[in-house]
Design a protein around this ligand. Structure first.
Ligand SMILES: [Zn+2]
Length: 490
């Protein structure tokens, strides 16, 4: 049985009980990227959020059909291709590959379907023809326009009045300023496809209506995207789909806030303030980005700060540390007995661990409150670390932390966090943080070896000097029974 949940619907501006069209199934469509450059961390917010929501819903028993499209025919692509002297479709194909590489590096699952505009021309033209036939669209000079005046509900998603609207599409050939292009007549130097209205290419909005219909049907459960898409893109999708299909389009509209720069600007190539995913992942493990986005409420704008990922990595490291501490604990006695004899810190871990899944699900089922879910995880981790400091916790604490350990698996399975082993996590931190600090791991190894030699020669002053040198590089040395280990201090 799929678990019920509440979701905020942009359409009604209310938190609602989610009601699927078909029991147990969710048809989810999210607007994807226009592929003319690398993914930046602003894109990553939407990519990671929807990946996490889909993971969570599947974890809760929903059969999710998740469609995310690629806009591979677009003005921006054509302009970039002209700058580079490259074929536009070759350029977009190249950046679809880059997108997939970034998605894999971020640990995202592949959507069920990933339609592209260039492969959806029949569906797009079919929908345009149907809109003309029904009187919602008209052709003029080889272009086709949607007649906004023919749809009385136009403006209801974004809450705008039609008479004040003006579409960005150039005015030539349209009847009213708010009308928008479904099909654009060919211009010299642009890719074009044959159509009943002459050679040309689709407008931006029609692609999502056509691809959603082709992949998921006339009515979908949830349509998602960034808040910047509500108008005009999603408003226009509603107009096209409702008029073309004579059916409701998306029951729930789900919009995430944007990543903004300190200046309040949105991140984008046109603002010259872009941090690419690849660059971020050279310096931080991918789960850092995921934690950063999930610890913030998805609908809110998220101001980017230079320390954002360092802080998120600090949090992530405390989670891994707590899990490592808990995993090392042994013991056979009943948990209640141990807690009783070891005191408040033990009892807290036991209580937080045993009530964890209930509190976690309650947060997530309230419009995906990942911020609260992560706060629960951090609270539990702090309690484990406090408990771990107690004498004998290592010997007797195992039964007390058993439930808490399940919390970490739950986070991994339902949010995609903490999917690495402790060793993998520290190996990634070493590789990426040392590279970011410009430190060669071989130099660290050499210093640790020298320290070993100094200690063997009982040259304590020298050994201490080296330890300080390592500390200055944020390297923590741990002398263990089976040898010396080192980690990057976070
Ligand atoms: Zn779209």
């Amino acid at each position: 049985m799929a678990a019920p949940f509440k979701i905020y619907n942009t359409r009604t501006r209310k938190l609602e009980d989610f009601e699927p069209i078909e029991a147990g199934k969710i048809r989810l469509y999210a607007c994807g990227n226009t592929v003319y450059d690398h993914c930046h961390i602003g894109h990553a917010r939407g990519m990671i959020l929807f990946d996490s929501f889909v993971r969570y819903l599947r974890h809760r028993g929903w059969d999710v059909d998740f469609v995310r499209n690629f806009t591979d025919v677009d003005d921006k692509i054509i302009n970039r291709a002209n700058e580079l002297g490259e074929d536009p479709l070759a350029l977009s194909a190249r950046f679809i590959d880059e997108y997939h590489a970034d998605a894999t590096a971020m640990g995202l699952e592949t959507p069920t379907q990933e339609p592209k505009v260039s492969e959806s021309m029949d569906d797009i033209q079919g929908m345009i023809a149907s809109l003309i036939e029904k009187g919602n669209a008209y052709q003029n000079e080889g272009s086709v326009w949607f007649d906004v005046g023919s749809f009385s509900e136009y403006g209801s998603l974004s809450g705008q009045k039609v008479d004040e609207l003006r579409s960005a599409d150039e005015a030539s050939g349209k009847r009213s300023p708010a009308d928008f292009a479904l099909w654009k007549a060919v211009k010299p130097g642009e890719p074009a496809w044959p159509s009943p209205w002459g050679e040309g290419r689709p407008g931006w909005h029609i692609e999502c209506s056509a691809m959603a219909k082709a992949t998921l049907g006339d009515t979908i459960d949830i349509h998602g995207g960034g808040l910047d898409l509500v108008f005009p893109h999603h408003e226009n999708e509603v107009a096209q789909s409702v008029c073309g299909n004579k059916a409701d389009y998306a029951r729930v509209w789900m919009h995430h806030g944007l990543l903004t720069m300190a200046s309040g600007q949105k991140m984008g190539k046109s603002f010259g303030n872009v941090i690419n995913v690849k660059v971020a992942l050279e310096a931080f493990p991918a789960e850092t980005l995921r934690l950063y986005y999930l610890q913030n409420q998805y609908r809110s704008p998220l101001p980017w700060g230079d320390e954002a990922l360092s802080e998120a990595l600090g949090m992530l490291s405390r989670l891994y540390e707590a899990r490592e501490v808990a995993e090392a604990m042994k013991g056979e006695e009943p948990a209640e007995n141990v807690a009783k004899s070891m005191g408040k810190d033990a009892q807290t871990v036991l209580d937080l661990g045993e009530s964890f899944s209930e509190r976690f699900y309650a947060a997530m089922d309230q419009d995906f409150n990942t911020a609260l879910a992560i706060a629960h995880l951090m609270e539990l981790s702090r309690a484990i670390n406090r408990f771990g400091n107690l004498k004998k916790a290592n010997k007797r604490g195992g039964p007390v932390v058993a439930a808490a350990l399940k919390a970490f698996s739950l986070a991994a399975d339902s949010m995609g966090l903490m999917r690495m082993t402790t060793e993998e996590f520290h190996a990634q931190v070493k590789e990426k943080r040392l590279a970011a600090m410009g430190i060669d791991p071989a130099d660290v190894e050499k210093l640790i070896e020298d320290r070993g030699t100094a200690r063997a020669e009982k040259n304590w002053d020298r050994a201490d000097e080296i330890r300080k040198e390592l500390e200055a590089k944020s390297i923590m040395v741990m002398d263990q029974a089976d040898g010396v280990q080192w980690r990057v201090k976070l």
